[in-house]
Design a protein around this ligand. Structure first.
Ligand SMILES: Cc1ncc(COP(=O)(O)O)c(C=O)c1O
Length: 388
């Protein structure tokens, strides 16, 4: 096995609070925040309580903008185009609510878009008399061109905004973003890229991406505390943007109107600098490749053990792989959730199972704290359930 520099080292896991007796193969859903980062967050919370008025009134506006500047630097973006939000869901809701819709407009998204994102799209569609179209994404995927072709076929004259997954949540596939964004420009459609999984998992330089809106979570793969995410918007579309909770700084416009949404604990945002520092200490720009290679090895080991195929070229994945489970029966998501809970209860393996096209799949994540043993346990546990 080609060891990544960390998975050979059991000490690495001590950087996280994760229980030692569990096999945590679902970094993708909520991330896992390192101890060092949480300590910095707690220090921010204490500072807030030492003189709350000074903290919120005198210090916070600048502290937030300093934190945005640090994130902007990491993302290759202009800080004036960037705002913190709590999570990708709230960023997407804010964009959809503020967009200058006209009745009859259409929102385009993938059939595999994250369910909360779909709900938000259907909700505004009802409110503003819009339609929503879902384009198909074949899985297994022979060639990423299949995604671009399906996306292009779905574009209509009434399409106004396309929501494009950068990395699909259920499929773990990296979409051909540049080609899809080029199609948006050609067809004069606004693009909203859902990059919930991207910061920290893939190299990301926002100035190189020709999107209108890009949202990303820092609490998944960039090691930030929960509640740390961003909304990037190009100046051409940011004029009407407001956070979901319109508040005191409304008149300042984007991005500063997002810096205050009522009194709340924004220590997760202020901790971005510590999260980026931790990321850099652990390997920085080498991490995406390192995790990708580790994930390929583990996906190969699992598919060999189960006698199944990886459902797309390995270059279509990052640090997550969605793999077929050799279970012959058709399956619902409720039954797939039973698999998830069963492996957790009987083997302390935390990994999501998915019903895609009525077949059973499992999505593995590879993070610095994982070892080969975690995936070997998964390989055995799945075969054990099948044999029962
Ligand atoms: C593609 C995608 N979009 C949006 C989200 C929502 O992220 P959050 O719960 O942080 O808002 C997720 C969460 O996994 C996701 O995978």
């Amino acid at each position: 096995m080609m060891h990544n520099k960390f998975n050979a080292d059991a000490e690495i896991r001590k950087h996280w609070l994760l229980r030692e007796d569990i096999h945590f193969l679902n970094h993708g859903s909520f991330g896992a925040t390192p101890r060092a980062v949480l300590e910095v967050q707690q220090a921010w919370q204490q500072r807030m309580e030492m003189q709350p008025v000074s903290f919120f009134v005198r210090d916070l506006p600048e502290l937030i903008r300093d934190a945005v500047a640090k994130l902007a630097d990491f993302l290759g973006a202009n800080a004036e185009h960037l705002a913190f939000v709590e999570n990708a869901t709230s960023a997407i809701n804010a964009i959809l609510r503020a967009y200058p819709w006209q009745a009859g407009d259409e929102i385009l998204l993938s059939e595999h878009a994250y369910p909360a994102v779909k709900n938000a799209a259907y909700f505004v569609a009802k409110q503003f008399k819009l339609s929503v179209k879902e384009y198909a994404v074949p899985f297994p995927l022979q060639n990423p061109v299949e995604i671009t072709a399906s996306f292009e076929r779905a574009i209509a004259t009434k399409t106004k905004l396309a929501i494009i997954d950068h990395i699909s949540s259920p499929l773990a596939i990296i979409y051909p973003l540049d080609d899809m964004l080029q199609l948006c420009r050609q067809h004069r459609i606004h693009s909203l890229v859902d990059g919930a999984h991207v910061p920290g998992m893939l190299p990301l330089q926002l100035l190189d991406i020709d999107a209108d809106y890009y949202v990303g979570n820092c609490h998944k793969w960039l090691f930030a505390p929960k509640g740390c995410a961003f909304l990037w918007a190009s100046p051409a579309v940011s004029e009407n943007l407001q956070p979901l909770v319109v508040s005191l700084r409304m008149d300042e416009g984007f991005p500063r109107c997002f810096d205050w949404t009522g009194t709340r604990d924004v220590s997760a945002w202020l901790t971005i600098s510590a999260a980026i520092d931790f990321y850099q200490q652990m390997g920085g720009q080498d991490i995406p490749q390192q995790l990708h290679h580790f994930a390929i090895e583990m996906a190969t080991m699992l598919t060999d053990a189960w006698n199944v195929e990886i459902p797309a070229g390995v270059e279509q994945f990052g640090a997550m792989f969605t793999l077929p489970v050799p279970w012959a029966k058709t399956i619902t998501q409720i039954e797939a959730n039973d698999w998830r809970d069963r492996l957790w209860k009987s083997e302390q393996i935390e990994v999501p199972f998915l019903a895609i096209n009525e077949r059973l799949w499992v999505r593995i994540s590879a993070q610095l704290y994982n070892t080969k043993h975690d995936y070997e346990r998964l390989a055995e546990a799945v075969l054990k359930v099948i044999d029962q």
